[in-house]
Design a protein around this ligand. Structure first.
Ligand code: NAD
Length: 392
């Protein structure tokens, strides 16, 4: 078997530190980044920029070589949706593991209008389908590790099973595990649900080996490899379109901007640090499921917070930091009003995969890393505005 690993979306927030970890952990493997630079372009077109400037891919790969002597990383600029692109890549590299992170993953972007909705669906659903067809033909034994989202699961006040469960209806238990219900209120998460459906089909009918990561919201700036090495920093977006909740709250609190809680703040969010997510994902190489198995992992280390509760936690945690942290409930760009109290808890058999430090320690470290760049934070990125259009 060849020793090649593809990382689709390897230029992104999660993908780049994952590439670094894989390259160092498995020096005998060739790590190939495939990315269209879609995320870079969209953030730029929409008038935002990440907290720290991010080098273009050739510069990033050179920095890996200069700083760590890493020479087993290659990159190819390309769109996985382009006709014949993925079959060519799989024929050329014959990988044993494929990480698929190449999605359009901004909810506000996906909800802007029909054009952005269709783009998101085509990029995420068709792109994934093209990958599955290419794997079926050219890499049927490869292990696909694909990023799903925790936000796909329907919340109904019961424990969230790990992908599949055995339901009981009118007193009769099902005779086979069935997919745990999915439900979403935005186009991005519906596109993730549809992608999950194709994964289930491709494992059952085509015998592909698939691990799907139901990823909770990621926060943080660093992994062990990037601290103190600006040329290796991952992209860190904190604006209201591309920034995720805790990344926004931390930058808002440092710059003295009120924490923008959308809707009534009762929506529950799973959380996981960037460092923990990268470690867990990298450890999956070599742990291929059986032929035809669709293994699902609920990837979350912190599931006790609602969005409003998280804002209160930040207020209390940094009360001694000489900044006045207020919480603002007046924005509701995703029509998230009137969320019921969500008591859903999370089940996972794989907690041992996910290294976890005390949440308050992780958040404090994160705060102090971002604080060093406090003067770079642009407050005008925070307030949601509905008028913004993106060129796609
Ligand atoms: N960040 C989170 O909190 C979070 C939470 C749950 C799930 N996820 C999932 O994790 C994955 C990675 O997320 P991220 O935060 O790193 O996002 P990101 O946008 O930073 O990374 C995605 C990368 O994929 C690339 N890409 C997108 N479409 C492409 C295409 N058609 N062809 C080639 N490259 C393409 C982008 O340019 C980008 O570099 C996504 O699948 C996302 O849905 C992320």
């Amino acid at each position: 078997m060849t020793n090649r690993i593809l990382v689709l979306g390897g230029d992104g927030y999660l993908g780049w530190p994952l590439v670094i970890r894989l390259a160092r952990r498995i020096p005998q493997a060739k790590i190939v980044i495939i990315d269209s630079e879609f995320r870079r372009k969209m953030v730029r077109y929409s008038g935002f920029a990440p907290l720290y400037p991010v080098e273009a891919l050739p510069g990033r790969v050179k920095a890996l070589s200069d700083i760590y002597g890493i020479r087993n990383v290659d990159f190819i600029l390309g769109d996985i949706n382009e006709k014949d692109f993925l079959p060519g890549i799989l024929k050329r590299y014959r990988p044993h593991t494929i990480f698929h992170l190449a999605h359009q993953c901004s909810t506000p972007f996906s909800m802007l209008d029909l054009e952005h909705a269709i783009f998101t669906v085509q990029n995420n659903v068709e792109g994934g389908l093209k990958l599955l067809y290419a794997m079926r033909e050219f890499a049927p034994n490869a292990h696909l590790i694909q990023m799903g989202s925790f936000g796909e699961y329907a919340r109904g006040g019961i424990e969230i099973a790990e992908g599949y469960f055995v339901p009981d209806y009118l007193g009769v238990a099902a005779d086979t595990p069935m997919p745990y219900p999915r439900r979403a209120d935005d186009i991005y998460h519906v596109s993730k649900i549809n992608s999950s459906n194709f994964l289930m089909m491709a494992s059952r009918h085509w015998g592909l080996r698939i691990t799907e990561i139901m990823q909770s919201t990621i926060f943080g700036l660093h992994t062990d490899e990037t601290i103190g090495k600006p040329a290796l920093y991952t992209r860190f977006d904190y604006d209201h379109v591309f920034g995720t909740v805790l990344n926004r709250f931390i930058t808002q609190s440092i710059s003295g901007f009120p924490l923008t809680v959308y809707g009534n703040g009762k929506q529950r969010t799973g959380l996981m640090s960037l460092s923990s997510s990268v470690s867990s994902l990298a450890s999956l190489v070599g742990k291929s499921p059986k032929i035809g198995e669709h293994k699902v992992i609920n990837h979350s280390t912190e599931s006790g917070y609602t969005v409003g509760g998280l804002a209160r936690f930040i207020q209390q945690e940094f009360v001694d930091a000489n900044v006045n942290i207020e919480v603002d409930y007046s924005h509701d760009p995703r029509a998230e009003i009137n969320h019921p109290d969500d008591q859903s808890t999370v089940n996972t058999e794989y907690l041992d995969l996910m290294p976890k430090r005390k949440f308050c320690d992780e958040v404090r470290d994160f705060w102090s890393h971002v604080n060093q760049a406090g003067r770079l934070i642009k407050q005008e990125y925070f307030a949601p505005s509905s008028s913004k259009k993106f060129e796609i």
